[in-house]
Design a protein around this ligand. Structure first.
Ligand code: PRX
Length: 635
């Protein structure tokens, strides 16, 4: 049995030896010349000169031993559809999709924007891109048209793959009008839009630029499209994520490093073996979906379960019934889903046979102690919290049960994962923190394989955003606060920047502020995240109106509030909608005009904001307090 401490130490002290061995997990069409190139920090290149392909490793390679094993099981409680694809069938579908894409002009290095609900075609499309060496950029289906337009302009795709509609909680959401609006807004005029017609939207758009997938699929039914052998450091995908500014960053990932890192994580962190079944309840639009619905389980020869629907429809027992029906061994979700299930009817969990389930993994937001205790007790199986980011692609902190089953500690996602040189540092002077001292989680250079290689199209932004924020140290900042104990366990204490986490969804408060500011009535706005018992955090908005008199009556205020939330829905999507919009006549700011968001958040959570020597006008705090009191009085 390996010992965690030595394993981790070796990965940091001898990264080349460590990762050379791990690289054996995947097929290299051409072997690499060099494990690691650190000649241009903070950039790092892994497995230099090696040629490989993600689709080959995720699918083709398994055809010899597991052609008839299920690769993908698709379940939709929205449409009642269930479909199973063996590795051989998945191979065939990907080849059809790749041939269609190729016929539409998609080539190596070009971008394909995927704006799809949770349907199998999303998996085919992503893996078809990987096959062709094209770069996919998946945009979460819940995002609105302006969001989509911004991503179109940044990624400049040659093709957009979309569907007529998505469905959530029994409601059909038409996609084509959103794509149409996004294309009208975008500077970049993409030539083609490939439409997967689910026949869900009654009045789907019939624009001339839409190409229907189905007839093309028929045309290329027997196609075999060879894999492009990419150099390990060529981009595989770009995934946009929120940060401090209103402009999302395109997190760029490589090919070889990502494949190796994910395959290794399946053994050391997830203990998933070929033939196992894994159910990751996330969305393909998020990093958890990329890594643990699609790439990692398939790279390791598992069966992956893809689910369209909510955890509570038709009732709160649906996920547990899926575990029983498909003999799911590994399950992965976010704590919010468990808090929702616990609120529904926790007894439903006992009604299904969960004997196949070995481990439950949770990530994306802090796992609170009551939820952790409840689910651990109810399942009687290990519950493994893991902490990471879109930027890293795979866990940074976790109990790595495949290395050593260290005891979990409630409230902590565990210890640093192998490959990550993680140090908590003092925000003011950049020095390492003592155990028990609060600091910023940082990573030393180089980041391990699988992490972001750069910001798409903007190397300088990668350096400026991630590697320049800790004083005097050339280290990567996670922008998360934490505390590490004497045993190395880290507890996460929230973000250092203006990112909030609502139901496991990462949102930039600046983006929500910009959306609200676009309403004519709004002069100024501050958005903060406050603790929420179910969603972890909720967004609250505080607005200053241009003409407060006009909205003096309760009726006018209520109408305005509806309009403002509708503006956020239109600009960003309903997931970014603030839980409440408070009207104030001024916002707390420093004398230099910086918004005091932390002070506002403290008041909203019923805490004292502490000393604020730089505040311009303390009366602004009184306003915030009164607005909160008035709202809670009404509630
Ligand atoms: O603040 C941390 C929080 O989610 C952020 C990353 O979100 P995203 O890019 O969407 O990637 C999610 C990948 C799982 C982090 O900066 N976060 C993520 N996991 C945890 C967490 N906070 C506490 N505990 C976690 N396990």
């Amino acid at each position: 049995m390996t010992n965690y401490r030595d394993f981790h130490r070796r990965s940091i002290d001898h990264p080349e030896d460590f990762w050379r061995e791990e690289a054996r997990r995947i097929h290299w069409e051409t072997p690499f010349d060099k494990v690691l190139d650190t000649s241009n920090p903070p950039f790092a290149r892994w497995f230099v000169g090696g040629r490989t392909n993600l689709c080959h490793n995720a699918v083709d390679r398994h055809l010899v031993e597991r052609a008839q094993q299920n690769a993908l099981i698709y379940v939709s409680t929205e449409t009642g559809i269930e479909r199973r694809y063996t590795y051989a069938e998945l191979y065939a579908e990907i080849n059809r999709m790749a041939a269609v894409m190729r016929s539409l002009g998609v080539k190596r290095g070009e971008r394909v924007l995927i704006y799809l609900p949770m349907i199998p075609e999303a998996v085919f499309a992503m893996l078809a891109c990987a096959r062709l060496g094209a770069i996919h950029s998946v945009v979460f289906g819940g995002f609105a048209a302006p969001n989509l337009a911004a991503r179109i302009d940044d990624a400049k795709p040659v093709l957009i793959v979309t569907a007529d509609a998505g469905a959530r909680g029994g409601k059909v959401i038409d996609y084509t009008p959103l794509v149409d609006e996004a294309l009208a807004r975008a500077q970049h005029k993409t030539a083609q839009v490939l439409l997967i017609d689910r026949q869900l939207a009654p009045e789907r758009l019939n624009a001339s630029y839409l190409v229907n997938y189905e007839p093309l699929r028929e045309q290329f039914f027997d196609a075999h499209v060879p894999c492009e052998w990419l150099e390990s450091n060529e981009p595989s995908y770009v995934l946009y994520t929120s940060g401090t500014t209103g402009r999302p960053k395109g997190v760029q990932r490589d090919v070889g490093g990502y494949a190796v890192a994910l395959a290794a994580s399946m053994e050391y962190i997830f203990e998933g073996r070929a033939g196992d079944t894994m159910f990751t309840a996330s969305d393909i639009g998020w990093v958890v979906g990329h890594s643990y619905i699609i790439y990692a389980p398939l790279l390791a020869g598992l069966t992956t379960v893809m689910y369209e629907g909510t955890p509570i429809r038709p009732d709160g027992g649906i996920w547990w019934r899926l575990v029983e029906q498909y003999k799911i061994n590994l399950m992965f979700t976010a704590p919010t889903a468990l808090r929702v299930l616990k609120k529904q009817d926790p007894a439903l969990l006992k009604k299904s046979d969960l004997s196949s389930l070995r481990t439950l993994f949770l990530a994306g937001e802090p796992l609170d102690e009551p939820t952790a205790s409840w689910i651990t007790g109810a399942l009687g199986k290990p519950v493994v919290d893991n902490y990471w980011q879109t930027e890293t692609g795979w866990p940074m902190l976790a109990i790595q049960r495949g290395v050593e089953a260290l005891p979990p500690k409630l409230g902590s996602p565990g210890v640093p994962a192998y490959g990550y040189d993680l140090t908590l540092r003092n925000e003011a002077n950049g020095e390492p923190c003592a155990p028990g001292e609060k600091g910023v989680l940082t990573l030393g250079y180089p980041l391990p394989p699988g992490c972001m290689s750069t910001v798409w199209g903007d190397d300088q932004r990668f350096i400026d955003t991630y590697w320049s924020s800790v004083p005097g140290q050339a280290v990567y900042s996670t922008f998360d606060w934490g505390i590490q104990d004497d045993d190395g366990y880290v507890t996460i204490l929230g973000r250092t920047d203006d990112v909030i986490n609502v139901a496991g969804h990462r949102l930039g408060t600046r983006e929500i502020e910009e959306a609200l500011s676009s309403h004519a009535a709004v002069a100024e706005v501050a958005v903060v995240g406050v603790a929420d018992p179910v969603k972890g955090q909720a967004a609250l908005a505080f607005v200053v109106l241009r003409d407060a008199e006009r909205y003096a009556s309760d009726k006018a205020r209520a109408k305005l509030s509806t309009e403002l939330t509708a503006t956020v829905d239109r600009q960003l999507g309903a997931i970014a909608r603030p839980a409440h919009v408070h009207v104030v006549s001024m916002l707390p700011k420093t004398r230099s005009g910086k918004l005091l968001r932390r002070a506002i958040a403290a008041l909203a959570e019923g805490r004292e904001p502490g000393d604020l020597p730089t505040i311009e006008d303390p009366a602004a705090l009184v306003q915030v307090r009164e607005a909160l009191a008035a709202a809670s009085g009404k509630a």
